[in-house]
Design a protein around this ligand. Structure first.
Ligand code: ADE
Length: 439
């Protein structure tokens, strides 16, 4: 149907994309059945009830790596906490990350926050309407610019994510490959040209393609062609190529795996847990976690390391394994529950933090007593300076491999309400706002 010169691999040279897209769009099959199907069958999702660009932007960012059903409660809670772009821009980053906690890929939250600040500070609070202007907002790429411009402002511009690319690839039976940047540009050129024909309303065209890719035109054998409103015009279906398209991505090198052993270190005296903050830069910067050891460590080794640090280990139980996959790295984590008595005065300084709304008594003192035991009701507790311990020449303790000492002792509920944790730790903590700490 389209007469454009192809390379040996059957793909188009970049320079010809617009010419190719214009011709392909002109010869493209009628898409009204898709738009009708969408208006009758679309899922009822909260971001489909609004044209507010801030809410549409938020939904698109959340949906980038996450399924719609998972996103819904996060979307609603986030909007409750930050109902407008102005409130988001004014919030401290730690609060934005807290509202994002559990969704993962936290750079999305940081970018969203940076974008909100840009819209308030550089655009005077006026949301950019065109895809070109949206592309200048930090963190907004072609897909998000296209979806916000088309869904909120009815601008005739495409929004091509992996799902939409698969639909276009199959409808045209193109030899595209997943993850190939040039094939993606071809898809973007084609969809932009389809918009420019003026035959279809911009928002519904993009959203119906997104929906078809998400629920019907699924990858590989999950494709449900009999339910597809475009089945009679789909060239991949007519030539038996649906499952093969788009072709598989080039195999990437396997991600490096880092083994970590996390300790739920519990102060037996008052059942507070030990927490430690990650460094201010790098992976999960500033997040909190349980104290940990590098590598896979045996029960005997953990017992020995803790004793060497001055803890007395009362119980030590293995809780199980969890894995967290980042974009560039995998953590394989073991979890241990260690009920301990804290080191007597000679141990590491126990910095204590009281979460908001909790009396300072929840923080443990180095001598194993709690402030609650010491303070009069209604009185703030002032820690008594610790007595220096006569320096006994102790045998040099073998340094635990990467052992990160806890710096804060809190109830798990207090910590969950106050700190942001990597996803892999969350199932060990109560939901933020839950009253009772885990035992
Ligand atoms: N509506 C608009 N964008 C969407 C998306 N990415 N997933 C599901 N529904 C959407």
């Amino acid at each position: 149907m389209v007469k454009a010169k192809k390379t040996a691999s059957g793909r188009l040279p970049a320079a010809d994309l617009v010419t190719w897209g214009t011709a392909a769009a002109r010869a493209w099959p009628e898409l009204q059945p898709l738009l009708r199907w969408f208006s009758e069958h679309k899922r009822d999702l909260p971001w489909r009830h609004t044209r507010d660009p801030y809410k549409i932007w938020l939904s698109e960012v959340m949906l980038q790596q996450t399924q719609a059903q998972t996103v819904i409660p996060y979307y609603q809670n986030f909007l409750q906490r930050f109902p407008t772009v102005r409130e988001l821009a004014a919030a401290p980053q730690a609060e934005v990350l807290k509202a994002w906690e559990g969704l993962g890929y936290y750079s999305r939250a940081r970018n969203l926050h940076a974008g909100a600040k840009y819209i308030i500070e550089t655009c005077g609070g006026c949301f950019p309407e065109s895809a070109e202007a949206l592309l200048k907002v930090p963190g907004i790429g072609r897909y998000t610019a296209g979806s916000v411009a088309s869904l909120a402002f009815a601008q005739p511009v495409g929004a091509v994510d992996g799902n939409v690319l698969r639909v276009l690839c199959r409808l045209g039976n193109y030899p595209w490959q997943q993850g190939n940047a040039r094939d993606r540009r071809a898809g973007e050129a084609l969809l932009d040209c389809l918009h420019q024909t003026g035959r279809y309303p911009a928002g519904p065209l993009n959203e119906s393609l997104i929906e078809l890719g998400a629920v019907i035109c699924r990858p590989g054998a999950q494709a449900n062609c009999p339910a597809c409103p475009l089945q009679i015009v789909c060239k991949a279906r007519l030539s038996g190529q649906v499952q093969a398209l788009p072709g598989p991505a080039r195999r990437l090198a396997p991600l490096p795996v880092e083994q970590r052993s996390f300790l739920l270190l519990i102060n037996q005296a008052d059942q507070t847990w030990g927490f430690v903050q990650r460094p201010a830069s790098g992976l999960l910067a500033g997040f909190w976690e349980f104290p940990s050891l590098d590598g896979k460590v045996s029960q005997e080794e953990i017992d020995r390391y803790l004793e060497e640090q001055g803890y007395r280990v009362l119980h030590l139980d293995y809780l199980g394994q969890r894995r967290q996959i980042f974009t560039h790295l995998i953590w394989d984590c073991d979890f241990w529950r260690a009920e301990v008595s804290l080191p007597l005065a000679s141990g590491p300084p126990a910095v204590t933090v009281s979460p908001p709304g909790e009396p300072p008594g929840l923080a443990a003192l180095p001598d194993g007593q709690t402030a609650r035991q010491l303070a009069e009701p209604g009185q703030a507790y002032t820690p008594v300076p610790r007595k220096p311990v006569p320096a006994a020449p102790a045998p040099a303790a073998e340094q635990a491999p990467g052992f990160s000492q806890p710096t804060s002792w809190l109830s798990p509920a207090g910590a969950a309400a106050r700190f942001t944790f990597p996803r892999v730790l969350q199932s060990f903590l109560p939901e933020p706002g839950a009253a009772a700490p885990l035992s």
